[in-house]
Design a protein around this ligand. Structure first.
Ligand code: BT5
Length: 264
């Protein structure tokens, strides 16, 4: 059930546009699906958001699922309408930086980004980001963010954690959501002014991946190990070994540390 505070949370927002207007739901199949439908019905506006207390069909990338139990987490989607020339993998970087800054501000935890789009603390994933975008009728991006906040993580995901598990103290979902909207607005506006390479640099400042030896796993190909060197503004990751250098693209590969761990 949505809390009373969650229900009226839009009144507490200090943002100019991010998170307005907000729809708060007890349950929905997927907040991304819900917002995309509004886009397709031409009923949406930039900054519009949805926050559900539970999802029955929460989605990850490539058809994977996002576990979305009720009463404990954040499942939220926000609509962005960037200029056409800014539509690329950079959107996911911008969203990731926004989440990291919000979680650090709200909890003090050392949240970091694991390429391409996971947010981790102490090597465990507490947040996933799913950006779905298109240009019909005009450029749009639905930025979906799932954050494990309260209680223990689902034991079926060995790399998962929750913010409370990490802080060992209560964390307010509502405070965190307010931080999230403020942080996303600040990072988005700065990205529009400063450019895509600024976003890649901001991402690089809060990553757990760069500098690490990583194992690049591609379906049907031999895995190989190299150093994660840098990220391009389109989100591609340069990995270098003694005999090869490649830009790996999210969706094509999965990345683990060379020693098999999920993240540092
Ligand atoms: C993601 O996908 O990490 C993106 C997840 C985005 C979820 C949000 S919630 C609001 C919005 N509405 C939606 O329908 N989706 C977005 P991916 O990188 O594919 O990771 C998915 C994998 O993470 C799964 O295959 C599991 O292994 C693991 N996983 C699933 N649920 C998890 C959870 N609650 N916490 C940690 N790991 C989880």
């Amino acid at each position: 059930m949505r809390s009373v505070r969650m229900q009226g949370i839009e009144r507490e927002l200090k943002t100019r546009w991010m998170g307005h207007p907000l729809t708060v739901l007890d349950t929905v199949d997927s907040t991304n699906r819900y917002l995309k439908q509004r886009v397709s019905e031409r009923r949406s506006m930039a900054g519009e958001a949805v926050w559900a207390d539970a999802q029955t069909a929460g989605r990850g990338r490539l058809g994977r699922q996002w576990a979305s139990p009720e009463g404990r987490n954040i499942y939220t989607s926000v609509l962005w309408t960037p200029p056409r020339e800014r539509m690329s993998g950079v959107l996911s970087l911008v969203a990731g930086v926004g989440v990291v800054h919000a979680v650090r501000a709200a909890t003090g935890l050392d949240a970091r980004l694991k390429w391409p789009n996971d947010v981790v603390v102490a090597g465990r994933k507490f947040c996933g980001i799913l950006v779905e975008a298109g240009v019909d009728p005009t450029p749009w991006a639905v930025v979906g963010i799932g954050i494990n906040v309260i209680g223990k993580p689902d034991p079926q995901f060995p790399h998962a954690t929750t913010l409370e598990e990490q802080t060992r103290a209560p964390v307010s979902r509502e405070d965190l959501w307010l931080h999230l909207m403020a942080s996303l607005e600040g990072i988005y506006d700065q990205w529009i002014r400063a450019g895509d390479s600024w976003a890649a640099e901001a991402w690089s400042q809060c990553t757990a991946t760069l500098g690490q030896m990583v194992r690049v796993e591609r379906p049907g190909a031999e895995p190989w190990i190299g150093r994660a060197e840098r990220i391009d503004a389109d989100g591609g990751l340069w990995v270098t070994a003694s005999d090869r250098q490649e830009k790996v693209i999210s969706g094509e590969v999965s990345l683990r540390l060379a020693d098999g761990r999920y993240a540092p």
